[in-house]
Design a protein around this ligand. Structure first.
Ligand code: XIL
Length: 320
């Protein structure tokens, strides 16, 4: 019946995928990407990042984001929007100038205001801030932290709340927070700080990216415990960028292990009240970000290079 159809029957709001602009001329790709039965939600892999949206100061270009979000809307798919504030994929005008704190806050607000207005009511959720912590739980040293200080995250959420539709959920999103560890506890501390202030900082959810490695990942109960770190505070959660990469060469045994890693992850979300959905970080192996970022690893997704569904697809489908 399709992954989204099954996920909804299992109680999730959606099963979704990231979509990259570089393959939008491939009809086999787009027909799966916007097949409502497989995917009830889409995320642009790159098109809404700062370098594309505001390539020159105060010059906004929504082309790449719209290329994913408009067909998604037409197909009846929810859109997760990604991402306002990150340390990667920033334009050089922003990174190669030394800004004062006030200037950078004004740049941040202007960016969020414009992009939020363009996608005003289009997004089920926005990843407002992405990857602000190191694995040891300390704050990642970024342009934002260095220039504005720790308040940059609260400011970003306040700007987002001010400018996007009140219906849009505001998420903090990060990787390696899929178990209880220093990093996920740091995110939980951020959340409790935000919610505990006299004037609470608006935050609705925490996204667990879930970039896993075949056989080296994640046990089901670890994912459940990590999701509950956030749902216990009344926030919603989601697996926002699920993929399971394999050390090449791939083998039938590895595909079975990968399938188990996928199903354990999806099952954890299904089982935790407040985990609303699962998004895979693309579905077709040739467009995965993995081979470029992790040399020697690949085959992380649910459809192989020939558009044939892999073991992991069928195991997830059977489990749902
Ligand atoms: C990745 C894209 O998939 C790549 O195409 C791009 O070159 C780099 O970024 N965490 C995130 C995503 O939050 O935005 C990243 O996406 C993958 C890791």
């Amino acid at each position: 019946p399709g992954l989204d159809v099954l996920a909804k029957r299992a109680g999730l709001l959606y099963f979704g995928t990231a979509i990259d602009n570089v393959v939008l001329d491939n009809e086999q790709y787009t027909s799966i990407a916007h097949n409502r039965a497989e995917f009830g939600q889409v995320t642009p892999s790159n098109g809404q990042k700062w370098m594309h949206i505001e390539p020159q100061r105060n010059v906004f270009n929504y082309t790449l984001g719209d290329q994913v979000s408009e067909p998604g809307k037409a197909a009846g798919q929810l859109r997760r929007c990604h991402t306002f504030v990150w340390h990667n994929q920033l334009p050089t005008w922003l990174t190669q100038t030394t800004w004062s704190k006030d200037e950078l806050i004004a740049i941040l607000e202007n960016h969020i205001r414009n992009e939020a207005r363009h996608y005003y009511d289009e997004c089920y959720a926005w990843d407002v801030v992405n990857e602000a912590f190191n694995d040891d739980g300390t704050w990642r040293d970024t342009l934002w932290l260095r220039t504005i200080g720790k308040e940059y995250i609260a400011l970003a959420f306040q700007f987002a709340r001010k400018y996007v539709s009140p219906r849009t959920r505001l998420y903090y999103n990060d990787y390696n927070i899929e178990k209880v560890n220093n990093k996920s506890l740091a995110v939980e501390a951020l959340v409790t700080d935000f919610l505990g202030r006299d004037v609470p900082v608006p935050i609705d959810g925490v996204g667990l990216q879930a970039h896993f490695v075949t056989g080296r990942t994640q046990r089901y109960n670890q994912t459940v415990a990590a999701l509950k770190l956030f749902t216990q505070h009344g926030l919603e959660t989601a697996l926002t960028e699920l993929d399971v990469r394999t050390v090449l060469p791939d083998l039938p045994e590895k595909q079975e292990q990968q399938a188990a890693d996928y199903t354990n992850s999806v099952q954890a979300c299904v089982d935790v009240e407040g985990c609303v959905g699962v998004t895979v970080w693309d579905f077709w192996d040739p467009v995965s970000w993995v081979p470029e970022t992790f040399p020697g690893e690949g085959n992380a997704l649910l459809w192989d290079a020939g558009f044939v569904k892999k073991v992991a697809y069928y195991r997830v489908s059977d489990m749902l």
